[in-house]
Design a protein around this ligand. Sequence first.
Ligand SMILES: C[S@@+](CC[C@H](N)C(=O)[O-])C[C@H]1O[C@@H](n2cnc3c(N)ncnc32)[C@H](O)[C@@H]1O
Length: 229
Amino acid sequence: MSREAKRTCSTEEEENKSFIECAEFVLPWLSPRDLASISLTELGLMTECGPSCDCGVECKNRLTQRGVSVQVRIVKDARKGWSLYSAQFVPRGEFVCEYAGELLTTQEARKRQKKYDDIASTSQFGSALLVVREHLPSGNACLRVNIDATRVGNAARFINHSCDGGNLSTVLVRGSGALFPRLCFFASRDILDGEELAFSYGEPMLKQNGLKCFCGSSCCLGALPSEET
Ligand SMILES: C[S@@+](CC[C@H](N)C(=O)[O-])C[C@H]1O[C@@H](n2cnc3c(N)ncnc32)[C@H](O)[C@@H]1O
């Protein structure tokens, strides 16, 4: 899974600071292949109070820091595996949950993805390693965050892909003073009680032995978005 964000509001000075602070997660220069992926679906960006603020978790500007915010149900699907359903009406724009998981170095993410791909080739295995690339305004660099919810995470790790974008928008939330952004889901439209929650895992850059997609949408491309991490 791969998600893209373009940061638009920072100055060059801020950009350099962020670049240095997050050195381990930065790919300094993008390969031509990565550059080709800049046009992928962009994430929304948002800032909240964070470790450098005096306020507590009840602060109104910590909307996404209070756990899963809607009632959900985990349901098994014969073809997609475990899936997350809404167990209440969720109005458009409402915060749903964070994509929580282990933050990995890129080296560890690559190692784990290979292991997960091997397991998935012989069994029904739902790995949940998501790569977020945040492109800095200059276009010369990108901050990469690898979130692995396969073993450690919250209910968001059961959200399946839909080729039509599903009913969730992804927003990268940066807490003031926090080193890494967090990936959060908001309802992209009104969601009915009993609807499956879904989002787009990214543009299809198909691997030869990629997994089949069973999202069931009219624009289904037949394969899950997947790329070399
Ligand atoms: C983040 S996990 C989602 C939860 C997963 N279904 C499970 O059982 O753990 C991602 C994995 O779910 C499966 N998956 C997600 N969306 C799918 C879809 N549209 N069609 C088929 N499989 C899907 C794939 O195995 C994928 O690697």
